[in-house]
Design a protein around this ligand. Structure first.
Ligand SMILES: [Mg+2]
Length: 218
């Protein structure tokens, strides 16, 4: 991927997707559990699955059925695209925040552990695609907390980054590793206490403080 170094000012704001921009955890859990039923395997509890969301699918399945990871991933990838909009919605205020930041001159990208093709379909289906400059998934390179997906998102937009926004400590550590300020939202996967352990710059129940940090660019 070409890195456009001519744009030297930092305008990049990166967002995790599931549990950060979108309340998608119920649909993900349903599809995750579908795999066990499909293969006739005993299923884990909802809470056990929820605690792992944000990690790659194969890592999540390996915690419960290491012998069946490949088949479970196939079943998930067949089920999820047909069911990912059953209950998933953007969190309140997300569209307004993205539109406002865009109007203020910032460059916005998703940086998710989902694969890029799936992330793009999901974002477009929820009507957020037109508000984002880029959607970066994790396609065969190290996942968060490694900063690779953040670096790729910023390179694709040709800017340096300012903030990483996420709902897990994986997002926060990835943001810190990429040299960004980190903003934790408490409406997703990890608890307030768990998020606090990663010492984000902001730990909030909404995105209002993000707007306060990011005035219109001149
Ligand atoms: Mg997340």
């Amino acid at each position: 991927m070409e890195r456009r170094v001519s744009t030297v000012d930092a305008r990049g704001i990166l967002f995790d997707l599931d549990g950060t921009l979108v309340d998608s955890l119920p649909d993900i859990i349903d599809s995750f559990l579908h795999g066990f039923a499909h293969l006739g395997l005993p299923a884990p509890a909802h809470a056990e699955v929820r605690a792992l969301i944000g990690q790659p699918l194969d890592v999540m399945y390996s915690r419960f059925a290491p012998e069946h990871v490949d088949a479970l991933c196939v079943a998930y990838r067949e089920h999820y695209p047909r069911n990912f909009l059953n209950r998933s919605r953007a969190f309140p205020g997300v569209e307004t925040v993205l539109r406002t930041l865009r109007e203020r001159g910032y460059l916005l990208s998703v940086a998710t552990t989902k694969r890029s093709d799936m992330a793009r379909r999901f974002v477009d289906a929820l009507g957020l695609g037109g508000l984002l400059h880029h959607v970066q998934g994790t396609d065969g390179f190290p996942h968060k907390p490694a900063p690779d997906v953040l670096h790729r998102a910023l390179a694709a937009m040709g800017t340096r980054g300012l903030w990483m926004v996420g709902d897990t400590t994986l997002d926060l550590r990835a943001g810190q590793a990429a040299g960004l300020r980190t903003y934790a939202v408490t409406w997703g996967t990890h608890s307030h206490e768990e998020l606090a352990s990663a010492t984000p710059d902001e730990l909030q129940p909404d995105l209002e403080r993000l707007l306060a940090h990011l005035p219109p660019l001149g």
